[in-house]
Every structure is written in C-alpha cells, then in structure tokens.
Design a protein around this ligand. Structure first.
Ligand code: DHE
Length: 520
C-alpha cells in the first residue's frame, strides 16, 4: 500500500512519530474543543499551523507546553493557562507529537481549493522612488512579517504580515518584480514588489521545505516533506501545473529535502531525503528525451526498457549511492556537492554525465547549502561552514581537495560574500557560547581578519550584501532584534534598524543576477 496516496489512508508506519499515549482520549477531547477551530480537526492546520510532529519537531514538547500555557506573542495563539490545567497541557503537548490517526493527505483538489487570488491593479512602475533592484526583502520570524527595505537609504518602505514560519530564501522573477515565499506549513505567497501587494497564495503541502523558480520565471517548484510530493505551480497565478508523487525506482516513497533552480541547465534539481536519487526536472519546453533512471547505464536493453520523457517537466533520475539532502552547486551547475546529515563527507556528482566523480572527507557536518565560491589564484574554491565544528572548509573545485580549514568561533550556519568584496562573512550561530559573533575572512589569505560582536549575548547571523557590495547587512536574530548595516570594507557600523527577529534578508539584484557570494 502506498504510504501517501491522495486519499485518506490508515497510517501503517511512521518512525519519526511517538506512539499515541494512554491519556490520548482526554487530549483528543481537549484538542477538539480548544484547538481544532484554528488548527483543523485533523491537525492539518487552518488559521494556525499544522500540529503534526514533522511540523513541530524543532519546538519540542516543552516548547509546545509553554506555547499552550502562555500563548505566542504577536500571533492569534492565546494563553490557555486559565482554561486548561497542567496535566491537560502536558497531555495536549504529547498529543500533538503523536502519530495522526490518518495519514496526512493533501491532494490536488485540496491544493486548488486553498488558492486565493488578489490581483494587484495594473502598474507600469513601482509605487515608491527607491531603486527597485536594490531592495532588500527581510523575513522577520518574530512576529511573522516581511519588511521591504530601501537598499540605498536603508529605510523600511513597507511591512506586511506573512504566513506563519516562512523558511528558506524567497525567490524572485528574473525581472525582480515579483517575489515568492514559502512557509513551513506549505503556503506559497506571491508578492508584487511594485504595488507592494500579495497577489496570490496557495497551500501546496502540509509540511514544505522550500521553493524554486524556473529560469524563465514561469514555474514554481515546491519541495514537500508531507505528503511526499513535488508540486509545480504556475508562477503567474499559482495554479497547479503538475504534482510528482515522489518515489524511487522501486516505488518507495521519499520526502523531498529541497528543490533548486539550475539556470544553466534550465531545470529544477531536487534533493530526496529517503531515496538514493537526485531528480532533475526540465523547465525547457523543448528539452530532448531523457531516460529516467538509467542516465548513466551502458546497458542498452535496460535503456530501451524504460520510457523516455521529454519537454517541459521531463523527469531525469540520477542514481547515487546513498541519499543526499544538502546541496552546493558550482556556478556552472555542472557539478553538485551533496551531503547528508549523518555522513562526515561530501560527494561530488557531475550532473552532465549523472555520475559521482569524487568523495571529499568533511567531518563536522558540512552545511553545503550555505557554501559559496570565489576565484583564488586562478582557481575556483568553494567554502562551507559546519554545523558541528567551528571551522570553514575551503575546497579547490578543480581537484576537489580540501585546501584549508579556517578555525572560527563556533559551529556556523550561513556564509556570504560579494564579487566586489575581498571578504567572506560567517557566523557561529550554533555555538552555545559564541552565537553572538560574526567573523570576517580574507578570501585570499584565508585568515580571519576581524570578529564583530554587535549585540553581546544575542544570536547574530545571516549576512547579505547590497547590490554594490559596499555594505553588508547582519541580523540580530532576537525578538527585540535588529538589522545592522556595516561598511563592508571598514567593518564600521553605519545603521541599526530595529526588527522582530529578522532571519534572512535578500537583495533583489544579487538574487536575480546570481551574484557569486550569495545563495540562490
Ligand atoms: Fe534552513 C535555507 C534546510 C533550520 C533559516 N534551510 C534553507 C534551505 C534548506 C534548509 C534546504 C535552502 C532552501 C532555499 O533557500 O531555497 N534549515 C534546513 C534544515 O534542514 C534545518 C537544519 C532544520 C529544519 O528545521 O528544517 C534548517 N533554517 C533552519 C533554522 O533553524 C533557521 C536558522 C531559522 C528558521 O527560520 O527556520 C533557518 N534556512 C534558513 C534561512 C535560509 C534557509 C534564513 C535561507 C538562506 C539564504 O540566505 O538563502
């Protein structure tokens, strides 16, 4: 039986979930009377987010208890401490971490029914005077808002309420006019940066990872953990164009860890969490035929035995030795570096031939998704932080050898640079003692040249440059946080803009030009 067919299916196995406890019936009654109206009778979400273990994993049971007891600031979640006693709160928290009675399903009809269109009035220019290509889009996770910042004056020009818990980088149309956001509970939002208006929204999954936009800006791909799907939407009005039920060649379903645009290949590349395959989905209507599953096989009979696909959304499977769920792409998108959370290594996959071509030992859990690359001594190097060790590994992409390990203040999450800057900025986001420190590394000497601690004791991370590369913006990721603007050459603080837990910030120009030092 398929684990996630597009209908209600009894749940057979779900290893990530705790089994329902004995106090379940009390908790279920409480849930239906107190929570269901916002979070849905089946815990799939509504006004509030889905309350399933896969959505709540990072909150933890004690965090869930605290949220039920105290409510959540700046949201519609009230405090229940005067309505539910301690035992009830504990039972409810355990309940939302237990397996749902039915497999979570989100079929095409559900996706389509969720779509809301709010078209903006016609506009032939932005309704503000700031450079529309030097805007910053800032995701404020504290009270779930997005701020639009003038990237020359560093002044907010607009702020709006976003979906709950946006995650991953927003994606821009090639002209920089529209931006798309995705939330952890599956919502995709299209926002018009000229009229400053949300124009369309749709819930493409129950638990989503991220989105990608196609090279021509016409299609949005949504990577889902729940259900096991990859959903393609029209970027125009978010209408569903195709749903891939993701499974390996043996029909074992897989979650999709992330999906990316490969601009030089005119395709989406998807990382699968549970299958030893990388998926490439063509976004070129004239793509030649591909032989799914056997792209690297020499066995003619097997190639003939498999159907070929061609054109828009043709699927190519690249078989690899084990699942890889964290990717870095070289700027030509010929090679991909992949890792999974368990291994102390990265695997290089050549996307042209569909083969693993090298393995790089990289202990300390590299965070390849945050890797960046630059030219040094005529050779292209890439650098990655590590989630479990305070170091940056620098790799020569010609022979895939680690050429340096730069010690940092602690395990880090993000890295950034700009083609006009001689420096790389990185954080120690995961360090219990140095999470307030930003370190700046010389791209040539590979030495740390400066450490900044702009808000002692407060988590400080995620950097983005402005269009010119002259300024670097850093987040103090706290509820009473701030965006700090630095001179990228002198490292002097220029301005501090208060914000509610600013997470990521994204410069329109750098994103649409695939600037070398930023994420895509
Ligand atoms: Fe992220 C990007 C996965 C936890 C903030 N994160 C991404 C991307 C992936 C990913 C695959 C690339 C998507 C894209 O931009 O299109 N993140 C994961 C995880 O697997 C992990 C470790 C665990 C999880 O909970 O999913 C994780 N991420 C976090 C956080 O805890 C962060 C710090 C806070 C939050 O809001 O969840 C966080 N992730 C971010 C940000 C980006 C991101 C800000 C975009 C980075 C960029 O500059 O483009």
């Amino acid at each position: 039986m398929k684990r996630l067919a597009f209908s209600l299916v009894l749940l057979t196995a779900a290893p990530a979930y705790a089994e329902p406890g004995a106090q379940d019936s009390q908790a279920q009654t409480l849930y239906q009377t107190k929570c269901a109206s916002c979070h849905g009778a089946e815990r799939l979400g509504g006004i509030g987010p889905a309350l399933l273990p896969d959505n709540l994993g990072r909150l933890g049971k004690s965090g869930a208890e605290m949220t039920i007891r105290e409510g959540r600031a700046a949201t519609q979640m009230p405090s229940f401490k005067n309505e539910i006693d301690d035992a009830g709160i504990k039972a409810l928290a355990a309940y939302v971490y237990s397996a749902p009675n039915v497999a979570a399903h989100w079929a095409q009809a559900d996706i389509e029914a969720s779509r809301v269109l709010t078209p903006a009035p016609a506009a032939d220019k932005p309704k503000f005077s700031a450079d529309p290509l030097n805007l910053f889009v800032v995701v404020e996770g504290g009270d779930h808002h997005v701020s639009i910042l003038d990237g020359d004056k560093f002044e907010p020009i607009f702020r709006f309420k976003s979906r709950f818990a946006l995650h991953g980088g927003p994606k821009f149309t090639p002209d920089g006019r529209y931006v798309f956001f995705s939330s952890r509970d599956g919502w995709v939002t299209k926002f018009d940066l000229w009229t400053l208006q949300v124009t369309a929204e749709i819930r493409a999954g129950i638990n989503s990872r991220n989105i990608a936009i196609s090279k021509d800006g016409k299609h949005i791909a949504v990577a889902n953990y729940l259900p096991d799907t990859l959903v393609i939407l029209s970027a125009d009005d978010l209408e569903v164009e195709k749903i891939f039920e993701v499974a390996d060649l043996n029909k074992h379903p897989s979650r999709v860890s992330a999906v990316y645009q490969a601009p030089t290949r005119d395709s989406f590349i998807a990382a699968l969490k549970d299958a030893p395959e990388i998926w490439e989905i063509s976004t070129d209507p004239h793509a030649p035929p591909v032989y799914s599953g056997l792209v690297h096989s020499n066995e003619k009979s097997m190639i003939e035995a498999l159907p070929s696909a061609q054109g828009l959304f043709a699927l190519r499977r690249i078989e690899i030795s084990e699942p890889l769920d964290d990717f870095f792409f070289d700027p030509s998108y010929r090679d991909l570096l992949g890792a999974n959370r368990d291994g102390g290594k990265a695997v290089v996959v050549n996307l042209t031939v569909g083969e693993e071509i090298a393995t790089i030992p990289l202990p300390g859990m590299p965070h390849l998704g945050s890797g960046i690359s630059w030219m040094r001594d005529g050779r292209r190097v890439m650098a990655t932080p590590h989630l479990k060790e305070g170091k940056i590994s620098v790799i020569d992409t010609t022979d895939w050898k680690v050429i340096a390990e730069i010690p940092t203040a602690g395990p880090g999450f993000f890295m950034r640079s700009h083609e006009n800057s001689p420096y790389v900025w990185t954080d120690s986001f995961l360090s219990p003692t140095h999470k307030d420190e930003i370190q700046i590394i010389d791209k040539n000497s590979l030495k740390v040249v400066r450490s900044l601690k702009p808000a002692p004791g407060k988590t400080t991370a995620h950097v983005e440059f402005d269009r010119s590369g002259r300024h670097a913006l850093v987040s103090v990721m706290e509820m009473d946080g701030a965006l700090i603007v630095y001179d990228a050459d002198t490292f002097e603080e220029i301005k501090r803009i208060p914000m509610s837990k600013p997470i990521g910030k994204y410069n329109v120009y750098n994103k649409i030009t695939f600037s070398e030092g930023t994420s895509h």
